[in-house]
Structures are given as structure tokens and as C-alpha cells.
Design a protein. Structure first.
Length: 398
């Protein structure tokens, strides 16, 4: 079938009135003119590769939208799946934590294992190709065994090594950490017991003293991941020394570096640098760390990730192109080709003959939004305006 007369964003150019032929779920032909007998006429729409997200934190919140109010994982997953498809996302990595906070039930070992099993069991029934991104806190080394077990079972597809201990990383400024805790709990600093708060902070800082032992577990996890060709990322890198150490271990992705120094160090090691799409869209970091826009201008960003807002993955690259920071093809690579390359997904991420026909149909004016999303050439999201442009068979939920 032909998708005709779209503004087609290729890896190195834009075809103003291009057409793409899809056959057996893959891109079979690309031409720079409209064609006759098209299945869909895209006049006025922009056709981009399906968006690829390496780090989205939404599933845990979808399962427990309010503290102590959990919903079944399968229900939450199916609802989030529709929202991701509607945002133009065709591949995503659901980020799940292992005991970031032992008191947080939705991040306990038992709950996380159950969520991971459910996602893996339901993958073939989802609209979006959904993988597991395991967030491994080095201060919780006891979960190393569980992580290794799930890696061995092929249920984890990306690992990130992180340390949220206050006083370094994302919360180098302890005051910023206190601000985060109060906002997270929905209270003011005056509402909190100062002694309780400081005891909690000191307990987390004390965990940092066990990091040397924890890094031994990290090395074991790294070996298992490398043996299974599972990429490993670091998280919230703040110093060159930390990046140097992680690079020695074999980490290939630096997620959300909090300083320009760390991002530059990651690039010097040929690590793939990921920043948050919400950060780029808003043009500043909510935690007061490195601005994604400043990092992009410095030439140290390869990829943008959903982080906490799926819609930002579409808006951020168009913002970047509109501001003249990057060309549209280069900006779109931040959310398609580059993340695919980072996690070895060589069959997708660009509009190119032979690649999977994972595509997003975008209306840029008068309001920027996704009108249709195709995975393997079949619609997984198709709104009323697209129905008027042509007829495609809606994909059955897998």
C-alpha cells in the first residue's frame, strides 16, 4: 500500500510531497512525489519514524495512581499502551525500580518481579513494542540476585545503574532533595518532622558508605548483561570520575547527566547520552540540573527520553527544529534512529527501505499532534481525521 503526499522526514532530508510504500510490514519504496491509488493521502501531514523511548517512568504511576490505591497491572498496562500509541510511540522501555525505597510497596522486589512477568507475558498483546528497563540502585545491592535471575530469563532488556543518595548525582544539593520530598508527599517543609526528615536523609547517605561492596554486585550484573547483549546505562552522572569508572565497567549509555562536564566525559568515552524530552520541551530541568537544550547546543546529546511525559517525545524535537537548534531530520533522530542504535534495534528508527514500517502521522499546524500511528504498517492509533484520508485495517490487539 502507498502512503501518499506526506511531508516525509528521512534521515538526511525532508521530502515535501513524498510517498512511502509499505509491504509485509516494512518500507518497500520511497519516492519524492505523490502517487495515485494511495491507501492514505497525507496532504498537510508530516510523516516521521515511530518514536522510540528508552526510559519512561509511567507504568508504576498507572498501576498506583494515588498512594495506596493500586490497580491490576494488566489493566494499567493496556491503558498506558493506548496512550503511548496515541503519542506516536511504537517502541518503549518501561522503567521499573527495585527497592528505590523499601517503604514504597510498588517498588518492592515482589511487586517489581510480578510487574515484569506481566509485561513479558503480555508483550504480544500490546500495540506498542514494550521492553523492560530495570533501574538498579547500587545502594540496594541485595537485589542483584533477582536482577541477575531476570536477566538470565531474558525478561530484562535494558539495565540502568543509579544512585539516588542525597548529596551527589541528581540531588547533589540536599536542599533540592528536601524540596523534592515535600512536593512528592504533597506537604510543606514545616509539616514535616525535622528530626524524621534528617534521619531519613542521613540513613540514605549512610547507604552510600556501602557503595564499594555494591559496585562488586554491579560488576556481576554487567557481566550477565553483556553476555546476553543487554545494554547497560548509568543514571544522573555528575562527575568525570564517575563516568570514567562506569565506562571501564562497560556502560554504554549515560542517562540524564546532571552536569555538562559529565555529559562531555560520556561523549569522550563514546557513550550514548540521553536527556529528558520534558526537560528539552520546557527548556530547563525541574531539579535545577543540566538543561537538555544547553546540552544539545553543546553537541553532547544523542537521544531524548519520555522520562515522565509521553507527549514530550513528539513536541521536543519539533521545538528544537523550530528554534533552529537542529535541522528537522537531526532533531527527529533524537527520538527515533539514535535510541534504536543505542539498544541495538537495527530494524527500526528511520524511514528507509527495508526498515520496519513503524511510522507516525503528525499534524504540525494549527496544533501539533499525532493523528495516526502505524506499527509494522498497520494502524495502532487512527483518529477520525485519518479515517477521512484513507482506509486501513485497524490492527487487532496482539
Amino acid at each position: 500500500m502507498w502512503l501518499s503526499d506526506f511531508r516525509v522526514v528521512l534521515p538526511d532530508q525532508v521530502l515535501e510531497h513524498g510517498s512511502v510504500r509499505v509491504e509485509d510490514g516494512r518500507i518497500a519504496e520511497i519516492i519524492d512525489t505523490p502517487c495515485t491509488e494511495a491507501a492514505v493521502v497525507g496532504t498537510g501531514l508530516t510523516l516521521i519514524p515511530g518514536l522510540i523511548d528508552l526510559h519512561g517512568d509511567m507504568l508504576e504511576r498507572e498501576i498506583e495512581p494515588r498512594p495506596g490505591v493500586p490497580f491490576p497491572t494488566d489493566l494499567a498496562l493496556l491503558e498506558l499502551d493506548k496512550r503511548m500509541a496515541g503519542a506516536g510511540i511504537t517502541t518503549c522501555y518501561a522503567a521499573l525500580s527495585f527497592q528505590w525505597d523499601p517503604e514504597d510497596s510498588k517498588r518492592s522486589d515482589k511487586v517489581t518481579r510480578a510487574i515484569i512477568n506481566t509485561v513479558n507475558d503480555m508483550r504480544e498483546h500490546l500495540l506498542v513494542d514494550t521492553f523492560i528497563h530495570a533501574r538498579f540502585e547500587v545502594t540496594n545491592a541485595q537485589v542483584g540476585g533477582l536482577l541477575t535471575e531476570l536477566l538470565d530469563a531474558g525478561k530484562i532488556h535494558l539495565v540502568s545503574i543509579m544512585d539516588h543518595t542525597p548529596g551527589q548525582g541528581q540531588y547533589k544539593d540536599v536542599k533540592k532533595y528536601i524540596e523534592f520530598v515535600t512536593k512528592w508527599l504533597g506537604v510543606t517543609e514545616e509539616d514535616l518532622d525535622p528530626e524524621f526528615l534528617m534521619n531519613r536523609i542521613q540513613a540514605r547517605i549512610a547507604k552510600q558508605q556501602a557503595r564499594q561492596w555494591s559496585w562488586t554486585v554491579v560488576e556481576d550484573v554487567m557481566q550477565i548483561a553483556k553476555a546476553r547483549n543487554v545494554p547497560v546505562a548509568s543514571h544522573d552522572d555528575d562527575t568525570q570520575e564517575k563516568v570514567d569508572h562506569l565506562a571501564e565497567l562497560g556502560v554504554s549509555i549515560s542517562e540524564f547527566p546532571v552536569t555538562l562536564e559529565a555529559a562531555q566525559a560520556a561523549k569522550s568515552h563514546n557513550m550514548h547520552v540521553v536527556m529528558g524530552a520534558p526537560n528539552a520541551h520546557r527548556a530547563y530541568s525541574y531539579s535545577g540540573n543540566l538543561s537538555a537544550i544547553d546540552a544539545i547546543k553543546a553537541g553532547v546529546v544523542d537521544t531524548l527520553a519520555v522520562d515522565y511525559l509521553p507527549a514530550a517525545l513528539l513536541h521536543a524535537p519539533f521545538d528544537i527544529a523550530d528554534k533552529g537548534i537542529l535541522s528537522l531530520p537531526e532533531a527527529i533522530k533524537l527520538v527515533s534512529q539514535n535510541p534504536a542504535d543505542a539498544v541495538f534495534l537495527t530494524d527500526r528508527g528511520r524511514i528507509e527501505v527495508g526498515k520496519l514500517a513503524d511510522l507516525a502521522c503528525v499534524e504540525v499546524e494549527p496544533h501539533r499532534r499525532v493523528r495516526g500511528t502505524l506499527r509494522h504498517g498497520q494502524p495502532i492509533f487512527w483518529d477520525a481525521s485519518m479515517a477521512k484520508r484513507g482506509t486501513l485495517t485497524m490492527i487487532e490487539q496482539r
